[in-house]
Design a protein around this ligand. Sequence first.
Ligand SMILES: [Ca+2]
Ligand SMILES: [Ca+2]
Length: 176
Amino acid sequence: MRLSKPYVSKYLINLFIHLISAPLVYKNKERETSSAEARCLDTAFYEVMASRLCLLLLILCGLNVAQCGLRVYNVYARGIRPDPGNNNGDGYVRMSCGPASTTTHVVFNTPNPNWYEELHYYGASPGNYLELRVYDKDVIFDDLLGVCATNIQKGTRKHTCRLSKGGYIYFTYTLS
Ligand SMILES: [Ca+2]
Ligand SMILES: [Ca+2]
């Protein structure tokens, strides 16, 4: 089930208006009726509310399915060169896509770090810009070793980039 976001937003707004206005309609009718009729109206009111809440949940489920899920994983680098004459870097990666971002832990003293952290972004769309920035951790200023970026597409794809300071970064992403 796929629904366009403007359609879903408009439908949800209308649904909320109905949910809010329903009690007022029934309460106004209650004033004009006897207590027995009022009890019937109360029962009808709760039935209507329950059915509308079920419908609201179904719409929210549909909205969730309509969004794409991005997962970036299996991130590692080989042969990073953090400093002249020093091939053992202390690498970490900042991954970002739209408002989602995460920073991996630092893998100390190796030119071939592996990172287990993943980036997840449930509002992703094909064509979104995904960027991975590789750094070498230092005492004062960390070195930027290179940037790897791509416009994501549907499916699972492996990606490799040559880093500007030397070495390569590898990662896999899945956009569902
Ligand atoms: Ca450095
Ligand atoms: Ca370092």
